[in-house]
Design a protein around this ligand. Structure first.
Ligand code: DX5
Ligand code: ZN
Length: 542
C-alpha cells in the first residue's frame, strides 16, 4: 500500500480540486472532499485500470453516481494519470472538458469528456442502475471485472436507488460494490432532517446486500473493506463509509454551506497550506510501565491515534533491546492502523525481509547503520512490497549527502530528538534548528515526504517541532506515561491545531487578508483564541 504515498496522493487530489473550484468561482468542495479517500484508494491502490488504455477490456469500472463530486473525481483522474493536472485550472470554464458534472468519455468526443469517465453524472439516482447493467454484462461474458459505484446519502432520497438495490440482489451481483458516501449532509441541510436514511445498515441488509460499515477517511479500513467485499459470492456489497463533508478544510467540515460554494480565490494559498499540513500522531508502545502491547495499541486506536510507532532495538546499536518482527507479526491483526517500524539495529539489510513479512506499513532504518548501496537495496525491497521507506538520524547526525539521490523513494525522514535507546527522555532543544535546516534542504530538493519527530515530544514542545517542519509526531511517555491515553492524544492534536492556525494566520497576514480570513475561520478559532492571543480581535469582528 505504501501508506504515506497514498496519503500524499489523496492530499494532492484535495489541493487540485480546491484550486480548480476557487479558480472557477463555483463547484462542490463538500462532496469532493468527503469522497476523496474512497476515490483515492480505488484509483491509486485497488482498481485494475490503465490511464494509457482507458477502454482496457479487463478494467474495473468506477461509476461516480454523485456527479457533483466532479472536482474531486477529476482531480483523482488527473493524479492517476488520465490527463495533465494543470487542466484542472479550466474547471467549469467555457470550452473546458471539465464541467460541473462528468461526461462519459468517448474518443470521438474527447474535446468535451475526459478519459476514465465511465458515466455521465449530474441527475442523481441513476448510477447504480447503470452499474447493474455493466455488472450483469460482465458476468454474462464470464469476465472478472468488478464494478464500483459511488452513491450519496442525499442521492439515496431517489426511489431509483432502491429499485436498483432490489434488482442487484435479485441478480446476485457479487461483482458489484456500491460505496455510500455517508456524510450526512445534502444540498440544503442535514440528511436526517430532510429525509432520514438511518437505520442505513438495516435498510441495505433487508435488500439482501452484504453490508460493511467503515470510517470513510481511514484508507486502511477502505482497503480492508474492498478486500472483504470479494468474499461475498452470492450478493452485491455496500460499503457504508462514514465520512465528513468538506473533510480537510476545517471551516468547511460538516458545514452544509460548503456543499456547493467556492472559497474566494485569494484564500487558495492558505487552504493549500492547510491541506499539505495534515499531521499524524504516533504513540510509541515501548513507553510507560505496562508491558501489554496489545492493550496499548487498542487504547491508542480508541484514543484516536493515526499510526502505531514500534521501536525495534537490538542492544547493539543502542544500549537497550525491545522486540523484533516476531512480536509485530503477533500484533498485526489486532488493528488496521498503520505500523511504523523504527529499526534501531545494526545491519538492517540482513533482516529487512522479516519486517516486510510482518506487514509493517512504514520501515525506517538509521543512516548510521547502513551504506548508500545498502540503503538503496532496502528501499527497493520495501517499495516493491508497497511499504513506505524512511531514514532516521541520531541527534548528532546530519542528513548524509548520499540520501539526496534516493529522495523520491523516501517517504519519511525521522529526526531523533533524544539519543536513541529509551522512552521518557528529555527533548534535546538543539535539534530544533537542525530540523528546520533539514526541512528546508529537503524541500529545496523536492522532497514530498514527511518529517517525523521522535523523542521527548509532548504538549509543551509540540508547536516548536511543528514550526520546525515535523508532521509526524511520535509520543511515548506523553501518551503512555499520562494515565489518560485518550486525553493525551487529544491534547497533542489540540497543540497541532494551534500551531496550524497560527501558521495560516501568518499566511493571511502575508497576503493581506487577515480580517477576511478571521471572519471565515471564526468558529474554528474561537476555542483557540486565548492561545493564539486573538480573543479581542475575534470579539470585535462583526
Ligand atoms: C527512543 C525511541 C522513541 C521513544 C519515544 O529511542 O525511538 O520512539 O520511544 O518515547 P518518548 O516520547 O517518551 O521519548
Ligand atoms: Zn522511535
Amino acid at each position: 500500500m505504501r501508506y504515506l504515498d497514498l496519503k500524499r496522493k489523496i492530499c494532492s487530489v484535495r489541493m487540485l480540486a480546491i484550486q480548480g473550484i476557487a479558480e472557477a468561482g463555483s463547484g462542490h468542495p463538500g462532496a469532493s472532499f468527503s469522497a476523496a479517500e474512497i476515490m483515492g484508494v480505488l484509483y491509486f491502490r485497488k482498481m485494475n485500470h490503465s490511464p494509457e488504455k482507458p477502454d482496457w477490456d479487463e478494467r474495473d469500472y468506477f461509476i461516480n453516481s454523485k456527479g457533483h463530486s466532479a472536482p474531486g473525481f477529476f482531480a483523482t483522474l488527473a493524479i492517476a494519470g488520465y490527463f495533465p493536472p494543470s487542466e484542472m485550472e479550466t474547471l467549469r470554464k467555457l470550452g473546458s472538458r471539465l464541467q460541473g458534472h462528468p461526461v462519459r468519455y468517448t474518443p470521438q468526443e474527447s474535446h468535451q469528456s475526459v478519459p476514465g469517465t465511465e458515466f455521465s453524472g449530474g441527475s442523481e439516482g441513476i448510477g447504480l442502475s447503470v452499474s447493474i447493467g455493466i455488472a450483469l454484462a460482465n458476468r454474462l461474458d464470464g469476465k472478472k471485472n468488478r464494478v464500483y459505484t459511488l452513491i450519496g446519502d442525499g442521492e439515496s432520497n431517489e426511489g431509483q436507488i432502491w429499485e436498483a438495490a432490489m434488482a442487484a440482489a435479485k441478480f446476485k451481483l457479487h461483482n458489484l460494490v456500491a460505496i455510500l458516501d455517508r456524510n450526512r449532509i445534502q444540498q440544503d441541510g442535514f440528511t436526517e432532517d430532510i429525509m432520514p436514511l438511518d437505520p442505513t445498515r438495516d435498510k441495505w441488509s433487508a435488500f439482501n446486500w452484504n453490508v460493511i460499515e467503515i470510517a470513510g477517511h481511514n484508507v486502511e479500513q477502505i482497503i480492508d473493506a474492498l478486500n472483504k467485499s470479494t468474499e461475498a459470492k452470492d450478493r452485491p456489497t455496500i460499503i457504508i463509509a462514514k465520512t465528513v463533508k468538506g473533510n480537510g478544510i476545517k471551516h468547511m467540515t460538516n458545514n452544509p454551506q460548503w456543499h456547493g460554494k467556492a472559497p474566494p480565490r485569494e484564500h487558495t494559498p492558505i487552504l493549500l497550506e492547510e491541506l499539505r499540513s495534515e499531521c499524524l500522531i504516533a504513540p510509541s508502545i515501548i513507553a510507560g510501565q505496562q508491558e501489554n502491547y496489545e492493550e496499548k495499541i487498542r487504547s491508542a486506536e480508541r484514543g484516536g491515534a493515526d499510526i502505531i510507532h514500534l521501536d525495534i532495538m537490538d542492544g547493539k546499536f543502542v544500549p537497550n533491546s525491545t522486540f523484533n518482527s516476531d512480536t509485530i507479526k503477533q500484533l498485526r491483526n489486532i488493528t488496521t492502523l498503520p505500523f511504523d517500524a523504527h529499526l534501531m539495529i545494526e545491519n538492517p539489510l540482513a533482516v529487512i525481509q522479516d519486517y516486510i513479512d510482518a506487514r509493517c506499513d512504514i520501515v525506517t532504518v538509521h543512516a548510521e547503520t547502513c551504506s548508500e548501496s545498502e540503503f538503496g537495496q532496502i528501499t527497493d525491497r520495501l517499495l516493491s512490497n508497497g511499504i513506505s521507506p524512511g531514514i532516521a538520524l541520531n541527534p548528532s547526525t546530519d542528513l548524509p549527502n548520499w540520501v539526496f539521490p534516493h529522495l523520491r523513494d523516501v517517504d519519511v525522514v525521522l529526526i531523533m530528538s533524544v539519543n536513541p535507546g529509551f522512552a521518557g527522555q528529555k527533548f534535546i532543544p538543539e535539534v530544533l534548528s537542525k530540523m528546520r535546516h533539514i526541512n528546508q534542504k529537503l524541500r529545496e530538493h523536492g522532497f514530498r515526504g514527511y518529517i517525523e519527530a521522535d523523542g521527548g515530544i509532548d504538549a509543551t514542545i509540540l508547536q516548536a517541532v511543528y514550526e520546525a517542519g515535523a508532521r509526524i509526531f511520535v509520543a511515548g511517555n506523553a501518551v503512555y506515561g499520562s494515565g489518560d491515553i485518550h486525553g493525551a492524544i487529544i491534547q497533542l492534536r489540540y497543540k497541532v491545531n494551534v500551531a496550524l492556525e497560527r501558521k495560516l494566520l501568518e499566511q493571511a497576514d502575508t497576503i493581506g487578508i487577515r480580517r477576511d480570513w478571521l471572519k471565515t475561520r471564526k468558529h474554528i478559532l474561537i476555542p483557540l483564541a486565548n492561545e493564539l492571543g486573538i480573543e479581542e480581535e475575534l470579539h470585535a469582528l462583526k
